[in-house]
Design a protein around this ligand. Sequence first.
Ligand SMILES: [Zn+2]
Length: 469
Amino acid sequence: MARPAAQKPGQPGALTPRRPPRALPRLLPRAALAALLASAPAAALPARSRAAPPAPDPEARALVLADIHLDPFESPALARSLDAAPARRWEAILNRDARRAPSGPGADTDWALWRSALDALPRRRVAYVLLLGDYLCHGFGARYDRMVGGGAAARREFALKEIGVLKRSLEERLPGVPLYWVLGNEDSPDGDYAVRAGGIFLGRLAGLWLPPGDPTARRSFARWGCASRALPGRAGTLVSLDDVLWAQERRGPGDGSGAAEMAWLKRRLARREAGPLLLALHIPPGRDPYAAAHGRPAGFLRPRFERALEALLGAHPGRVRLVLAGHTHFDDFRLVRGPRGAVAAHLALSLSPVHGNAPGFSELDYRVADGTPLDWRTYTLDRGSPGRSNRWGLEYDFHRTYGTAFDPAGIAAAVSAIEAGGKARASYDRLYAGGAFTLSGPQERAQIRALEVHGPAPKSPALDPAPAH
Ligand SMILES: [Zn+2]
């Protein structure tokens, strides 16, 4: 997303050099610790623990990162040296030449912020990492052309190297942990919302992001940016969509790819398999509260695709266990109500602080036995006062904050409580930007109105394949 919703006056510049946070002891949640102890060899535990009954329902977790927006354009000299170097040299160049202080409100993620987040990521019992799109910084194409130049092919290579360095650094920090990727509106070397279905860039990303042993996923991704992949163990299936193809802000003539992707999703949801199905997309369904508060058309997606997506979700309330999205950069919810039930969507706080939010990442806890989502925690970077080190810490735990499990019924209950006002509303307002500012006034009212999405009746004509536009 390319526009600020609300900004707190920035105060970066006086930060001390980053010191690696004592991440694990602070970040390891009690439930995961219990599961860890339960799964440890008995001989390693004191006699007292050996006698204790095993903890029921061991949990695993997924790490969720949204809207990283890594900015490699700190200076023209740095951008040019990155351009001349192969991807494997980027980390060394950035470690040597980039700024030392994590970027602050109003700026995208600089190298120092990315490294700080990497150091803070929990490493134990992480089953997979879900990345919800927008890896490139705002203004990527124009800044590349101004600082480096060289045309469309060179710009594409630079974008691929930038996304490759994110992948490489995650793989180094979390060896063997699979990564699941979603494409965002900024993830195109040719401009915002400009990625071309079936183009060279998508084909190259398919090779970078998807395992070679899954040609079906690689094929659908190269065509439309979508893929269906098994999650580790019994965690179920992740269906990732490129809903940039459906976005209101996508410019230019249609090429039929949006309708083709929707038809793919319809076929995919009609197929049954064991375990829960998670849907990940960059742009959330429902209203765009920022646009609504400014008197503009209120949907993120084109009406035709919005209706089709709502109808599909409404038709499969039990099939789609959870929807995860990014794009707004704020911690938020959408409850898509259909005639047969509701599907809950959670919008993850972004790592980029460009919209004035605190930089954040999150954890999704789920039950190992059957993949049932259990809880959600968000961690944010607390800059502290000038002269103090930056520290990552727990911003909130969904279960403790809203008093319900992080499942569709629990999220629906939390949304009702937020709408009703009181303590839940106060928490939502405070946590929306990771504690950087509190929602209030017309923006708060627009957000509250956007929490629920009422889908169409089941037999929507929007589900029929339609010609390109
Ligand atoms: Zn974004």
